[in-house]
Design a protein around this ligand. Sequence first.
Ligand code: G3P
Ligand code: CA
Length: 262
Amino acid sequence: MSTRSLEVVAHRGASAERAEHTRGAYELALEQGADGLECDVRVTLDGHLVCVHDRRIDRTSDGRGVVSRRTAESMAALDFTGWFRSSAGLAPPTGPEGVLRLEELLGLVRDHGRAVRLFIETKHPVRYRGLVERELARLLRRYGLAAPPVRDESAVLMMSFSAAAVRRFRAEAPGVPTVLLFEQARGALRRGVLPPWADLAGPGIRVVRRDPGLVPRIAAHGRDTYCWTVDDPRDVALCRDAGVRFVATDAPATTRSHLSGS
Ligand code: G3P
Ligand code: CA
């Protein structure tokens, strides 16, 4: 697996240029040739999975409140784009957009002309004990994505910082590859050994900066690495040289140009 070239994953969409987790951010990432898309999912009061990073919607919308205490419909009427101003002024502002449901993102990926991977990170793993992972597995079954014929070529991967969430999801959808996210490598992980229920290692870039040798140690145990969030050209080169398989970046076009220019 690790001899393959590095794939560029758009973190929350092309989130340096468009408001994160909006359809516009994901469409731009696809236009820019991203190999994959990353999204965070949370559950709404009425049981839908929506693409929102924070517990509350205050930072990224013109509404207020906790995602899990609002219905999906009420958040569809809000605007999740107006708060965002591209610091580099790279893309023109887009029109208002309501909350993006995971189902819409699955449809976008399914209907796109070329194969694209979707990295889905589940949030709030403790409070809802399994509800999010069960609903995610149900949706993936409905979209025919829960049983990829070749595991390594799966269009969808599930990720979490929570070992419990990854294990729960593995029990719900054993065919879908999982990524264990972490900000510090401890114990067996430090030696490059992943638990059996995690297919890929998901270190933050600071872990790789401190210990680039971790990536080949993980590869020596037959696993690939997904690294986040990799925007600096030195980090892109570091990941490529270490043998990282996927980098998540807020600026997929720029990261791609760093790779082809180096
Ligand atoms: O891709 C993993 C990364 O997104 C984890 O951090 O806070 O951006 O969800 P966060
Ligand atoms: Ca995330």
